[in-house]
Design a protein around this ligand. Structure first.
Ligand code: ARG
Ligand code: GLU
Length: 713
C-alpha cells in the first residue's frame, strides 16, 4: 500500500472507532466533528450551535436545577425538561387534596403557574479557555504551593468574570487539569411550574423499566422562566414577566426515521474515559459489585415492606427510586465492561502508549514509570476503596436512622455557638427536620435495613477497618439485642420522644442525645473512618490524580492531530449520532422506536408501574392522535447512538435542521458502561418523542393553548 492509502485506511479506522462517541466542547468543535456531523446529515454550522456574536442554539439550552438540562421552546420563557427532573417540585406542590404527582398538573393560564423557591435555571453567557491565566506564575512550584497558586488564580478569574455578582462564574478543569475553562452564567431564580403529566405517564414503567428498552415513559414536564421588567434575573415577584431568551428551539412534527442525524445538546455530569486498566478493574470487580450487593439487601427489604403495606409504598417510593437507579446502572456497567473485555481494550491501549514513548528518550523520562506507578497506587487503594464504599453505602446514606443521626451529630457545637435568640429558631428548624424525616419513615422497615446492613459491614470488612467498640457491640448482641437495646432504645427512632427532647433543648438534653446508642455508634464509626480510612484513601486518590494528569497529557500528545474530548464535567456539550435500534442479544433485534400501542400492551391495573390512565386508553382506542401521530401510530420514545450520561436528562434531541424532536431521559441498560468505554454497537440513549409530548399537552391534558406560543413546523 502507498503511504496515502495507508493514511486513508487509518482515517477510516479511526473514524470508525470514534463513531458517535464523545461529548464535545461546543467552542472546540473542529473540522473533524463538523464534517462528520454534516456527512451524517446535519445542515447547520458551528456558529449555529455556539456563537458569542449572534444568538445561537446554546442560548436555548440551560442547566436546570443542580443536575439536569432544559431547553427553551418559546419566546415567553417556556421550558421543557424531564418529569424526573421536575419531580421534587411537582411533589412539593402536591397534597392529598391536590395530588399533582398522581393526577398531573396543568396551569390553564399564566396566573395558575406555581412558583418554586430554590429552583435555578442557568443560561450560559460564554465559556473561554483560561488555561494560561490559571497556570500563570506556577512555573517551578510544586505540591501545595502549586495548588494554592492555582486556586488563587482561579478565584481571581472567577471574581473578574462575575462582574461583581451580575454573573455566576466558575472555572473548571478539562482533561484532568491540562486545560481550564471559565463558564459564565446568568442565573434566573423565578421559575414556575406550568404542567406535568400524571406519574402514570411521566414515570410510566417506574423502576421496572428504568434503564431499559423498549421504553414507554412520557418523561417530560413544563416550566416557565420569569424575569424583571428589564429581562434580568429576579427572585419571585408577581410583577415579574416571562423571560425572553435570546433564542428558543423550533419544534418539528416530522418525526424520526432510522439513521437520521440526531444531536444532544446539554450538561452531562461526569464520565471517566481515560482511566488506566487498574482503575477499570477496580470498578468492575470491586466498587460496582460491593455497592450492588449492599443495595440489593436494602432494596429487597424495602420492597418486601412496600408490597405489604400501601402506606409504606408511598413513604418509600422516592427513596427506593433513588437507591435503585444507580444499583441498576452499576449492574449494566459490570456486564457491559465484561462483554467488551474492557481490560483487554485498556491494556492494548497501554501497550500502544508504551510503544509511543519508548521510541523517544525525553518522553521516556516522563512516562516510563507512569503505568507501574498506577499499578502500585491502585493496589494500595484496593482495601481502602472497599472500606470507603461500605462506609458510604451503610454509614452515611444506607439507613434512615443513621442519616438522621448524622444531621444531629454536631448539635452540641451548634447549640453552644448560639445566643438565646438564635436558639429558639434553631429548635424550630430541628423540629421541622424531625417532622419531615418521620413523614417518610417506617420503624419496622428501617429497623430491618439497619440490622441487616450493620451486620454486613462487620461480615464483609476486614476487622482493621472497624473500631473496637463496634466489634464488641455486634459480638455481644444478637439481632434481637440490637433491635431492643440499640434500635428501639434510640431517641432517633421515636418521633414523640425526639420532639419532646428537642422542644425544650438544653445542655442536659444535648448530653442525652449525645449518649444515645445509635449516636454513639455513629460517632465511633465516623471518627474511626476519618482517622483511619479517609485520610489514607484521600492521600492515595490525590497521588492518582497527579498520575492521571500526566497520563492525560501523554495521551493528548500521542494522539496529536486527532480529536479528543474531555470527560464530562457538568458543562455544556454537544454529542451526536444517529437514530438506530440495536441487538442486545443473539436473536433479538430492537427497533428504534416505540408507540402508544406498547403502553396499552403493558397496561396492568394491578401493578403500580403499569397502570395506564383510562383517558390515554380512550385516546388510543379512538386513534385521536391529531397532527402528532403518523400512519395510524402514535410514536412515544426512540433511541439513538449518542454518547450521553447523567445530567443529560431533559437535554434537547435536535435534528439535522436544528429543530427539537425529543427530550433525552435515559440510556439503555446494555450500554451503561459508556461512562468508561463507549461501544457503538450497544450504547443507546433514550428520548421521548416531542410529538408524544405535544399530544399529551394538547389531547390528553387539554392545555393546547401552550402550543400557540411554540414554533411548530
Ligand atoms: N435512569 C434515569 C436517569 O438516571 C431516570 C431516573 C429516574 N427514574 C426512575 N425510575 N428512578 O437518571
Ligand atoms: N436519567 C439520567 C439523568 O438524570 C440520564 C440517563 C443517563 O445517565 O444517561 O440525567
Amino acid at each position: 500500500m502507498t503511504k496515502i492509502q495507508l493514511s486513508i485506511l487509518f482515517l477510516l479506522i479511526s473514524s470508525y472507532l470514534y463513531a458517535h462517541e464523545g461529548m464535545w466542547v461546543p467552542t472546540l468543535l473542529d473540522k473533524y466533528n463538523i464534517e462528520e456531523m454534516q456527512q451524517m446529515g446535519f445542515k447547520l454550522t458551528t456558529e449555529d450551535i455556539y456563537s458569542i456574536n449572534q444568538n445561537s442554539m446554546k442560548d436555548a439550552v440551560v442547566l436546570f436545577g443542580s443536575g439536569c438540562t432544559g431547553e427553551m421552546v418559546s419566546s415567553e420563557g417556556l421550558l421543557f425538561t424531564n418529569h424526573h427532573c421536575g419531580y421534587s417540585y411537582i411533589q412539593s406542590h402536591s397534597t392529598l387534596e391536590n395530588d399533582y404527582l398522581t393526577n398531573g398538573f396543568w396551569a390553564m393560564s399564566k396566573d395558575e403557574e406555581l412558583s418554586n423557591p430554590g429552583l435555578k435555571v442557568r443560561f450560559l453567557e460564554y465559556m473561554a479557555d483560561v488555561t494560561d491565566s490559571v497556570m500563570a506564575g506556577t512555573d517551578g512550584l510544586e505540591e501545595s504551593a502549586l495548588s494554592e497558586k492555582i486556586a488563587d488564580n482561579i478565584q481571581a478569574i472567577e471574581n473578574e468574570a462575575s462582574d461583581s455578582t451580575k454573573y455566576e462564574a466558575i472555572v473548571k478543569p478539562l482533561f484532568y487539569g491540562n486545560q481550564y475553562f471559565v463558564y459564565v452564567y446568568k442565573v434566573y431564580t423565578d421559575v414556575r411550574l406550568v404542567g406535568a403529566p400524571p406519574s402514570a405517564i411521566g414515570k410510566f414503567g417506574g423502576d421496572t423499566d428504568n434503564w431499559m428498552w423498549p421504553r414507554h415513559t412520557g418523561d417530560f414536564s413544563v416550566f416557565r422562566v420569569y424575569a424583571d421588567e428589564n429581562n434580568e434575573p429576579a427572585d419571585y415577584s408577581p410583577y415579574n414577566v416571562p423571560y425572553q431568551s435570546k433564542s428558543f428551539l423550533p419544534i418539528s412534527l416530522k418525526g424520526v426515521e432510522q439513521n437520521d442525524f440526531v444531536m444532544i445538546y446539554g450538561f452531562p455530569g461526569s464520565t471517566e474515559q481515560y482511566l488506566p486498566s487498574e482503575a477499570v478493574e477496580l470498578v468492575m470487580n470491586q466498587s460496582d459489585p460491593d455497592r450492588v450487593k449492599i443495595r440489593t439487601e436494602k432494596l429487597n427489604i424495602l420492597s418486601k415492606h412496600m408490597e405489604a403495606e400501601p402506606k409504606v409504598r408511598i413513604q418509600y417510593a422516592s427513596k427506593y427510586a433513588r437507591a435503585s437507579n444507580s444499583w441498576k446502572r452499576w449492574q449494566g456497567e459490570i456486564k457491559g465492561l465484561q462483554r467488551m473485555d474492557a481490560l483487554a481494550i485498556k491494556e492494548s491501549f497501554e501497550n500502544e502508549f508504551q510503544n509511543w514513548y519508548g521510541k523517544n528518550d525525553s518522553l521516556k523520562t516522563i512516562y516510563s514509570e507512569l503505568l507501574s506507578n498506577f499499578e502500585e497506587q491502585y493496589s494500595e487503594l484496593r482495601d481502602y476503596n472497599r472500606a470507603y464504599n461500605y462506609y458510604s453505602e451503610i454509614v452515611s446514606q444506607g439507613t434512615d436512622v443513621l442519616s438522621l443521626v448524622r444531621s444531629f451529630s454536631q448539635i452540641g457545637k451548634s447549640w453552644s455557638s448560639k445566643d438565646e435568640e438564635d436558639r429558639q429558631q434553631y429548635i424550630e428548624k430541628l423540629q421541622e427536620e424531625i417532622q419531615d424525616h418521620f413523614k417518610n419513615y417506617n420503624l419496622e422497615t428501617d429497623q430491618e435495613v439497619f440490622i441487616r446492613l450493620i451486620n454486613q459491614l462487620k461480615a464483609d470488612l476486614d476487622p482493621i477497618y472497624l473500631p473496637e467498640k463496634f466489634h464488641e457491640l455486634l459480638e455481644s448482641n444478637t439481632d434481637e439485642g440490637l433491635r431492643k437495646k440499640v434500635y428501639q432504645k434510640s431517641k432517633f427512632t421515636n418521633q414523640e420522644k425526639l420532639l419532646a427532647l428537642v422542644g425544650n433543648l438544653n445542655d442536659a438534653k444535648i448530653r442525652k442525645l449525645e449518649k444515645d446508642p445509635i449516636m454513639l455508634m455513629y460517632l465511633d464509626l465516623i471518627d474511626y473512618y476519618r482517622s483511619n480510612i479517609a485520610s489514607k484513601y484521600n492521600a492515595i486518590q490525590s497521588e492518582i490524580e497527579t498520575l492521571q494528569k500526566t497520563y492525560m497529557a501523554g495521551i493528548m500528545e500521542m494522539k496529536q492531530g486527532q480529536t479528543l474530548y474531555p470527560d464530562a464535567n457538568l458543562t455544556l456539550r454537544v454529542a451526536y449520532g444517529k437514530v438506530e435500534g440495536y441487538q442486545p442479544l443473539d436473536g433479538v433485534n430492537y427497533k428504534h422506536y416505540t408507540t402508544l400501542k406498547g403502553i396499552v400492551e403493558k397496561d396492568n391495573q394491578d401493578v403500580y408501574d403499569y397502570k395506564v390512565p383510562q383517558r390515554l386508553k380512550d385516546l388510543y382506542q379512538s386513534k385521536d392522535f391529531g397532527d402528532y401521530g403518523k400512519d395510524g401510530e402514535m410514536p412515544v420514545a426512540f433511541t439513538a447512538s449518542v454518547h450521553t450520561t447523567g445530567g443529560n436528562s431533559g437535554s434537547p434531541a435536535i435534528n439535522a435542521n436544528g429543530e427539537l424532536i425529543g427530550l433525552n431521559f435515559d440510556r439503555c441498560w446494555e450500554g451503561t458502561m459508556s461512562d468508561i468505554i463507549f461501544d457503538p454497537d450497544q450504547c443507546r440513549n433514550i428520548m421521548v418523542d416531542v410529538r408524544y409530548v405535544l399530544f399529551l399537552i394538547d389531547k390528553f391534558a387539554g392545555a393546547g393553548y401552550l402550543l400557540d406560543e411554540m414554533q411548530i413546523r
